[in-house]
Design a protein around this ligand. Structure first.
Ligand SMILES: CC(C)(COP(=O)(O)OP(=O)(O)OC[C@H]1O[C@@H](n2cnc3c(N)ncnc32)[C@H](O)[C@@H]1OP(=O)(O)O)[C@@H](O)C(=O)NCCC(=O)NCCS
Length: 160
């Protein structure tokens, strides 16, 4: 059965966690690995929803942590598909922290993850098309296209 083309909005996810005491480093701020794990899980769910099947994480671009997250802060993750290739797709994730007392939000991280859609034999298989609906969809898609190209060139150079 042919899988349907989808807009980014159809598979986007927004979720939130609260930073608990066992998730912090010696400074009492979020341990980076916890945030990275949440990013991977949320992005993978978006990729699965788009592909209607199995995906694996192929790569994660450089991640910068802009602002420390403290115990009790809410951590809001928003993820959506930016770009679809033949068998791979890029999902963008933005992470904001929210002070639950005053509701103030600050950006903390942005990440771009590439997933590959696998068939039942574990081989890369075609990803459903992405329908670009809004100006924001188109902007994200254009930026992602530049990153996809840059990643391909880098992989080619490294192999030599
Ligand atoms: C991801 C994986 C399936 C790619 O296999 P591969 O043999 O390199 O596949 P291909 O060369 O056919 O490339 C498939 C697609 O992935 C893309 N790709 C492969 N490696 C990539 C990387 N490191 N970063 C970004 N994209 C990548 C290719 O550009 C291609 O995209 P396209 O079809 O949209 O043009 C394989 O490397 C793998 O199984 N890695 C381990 C995954 C894993 O264990 N993840 C963590 C747990 S989920």
């Amino acid at each position: 059965m042919k899988k349907s083309a989808k807009t980014p909005a159809e598979t986007a996810i927004e979720t939130r966690y609260v930073l608990a005491p066992h998730m912090v480093n010696a400074l009492g701020t979020a341990f980076g690995g916890v945030i990275m794990s949440w990013i991977d899980v949320v992005a993978a769910m978006v990729a699965q929803r788009h592909c209607e099947g199995t995906v694996v994480t192929a790569s994660v671009d450089t991640m910068s942590f802009l602002d420390p997250i403290y115990i009790g802060d809410h951590v809001i993750l928003k993820a959506s598909v930016n770009y679809v290739g033949r068998t791979s797709l890029e999902v963008g994730v933005t992470v904001n922290k929210e002070n639950p007392i005053n509701g103030r939000q600050n950006p903390t991280t942005t990440a771009y993850l590439t997933f590959v859609h696998l068939d039942n034999d574990g081989q890369p298989t075609d990803v459903p098309k992405l329908l670009l609906e809004t100006e924001e969809d188109k902007r994200r898609h254009e930026n992602a296209r530049a990153r996809v190209q840059a990643r391909k060139e880098l992989r080619k150079k490294i192999r030599k």
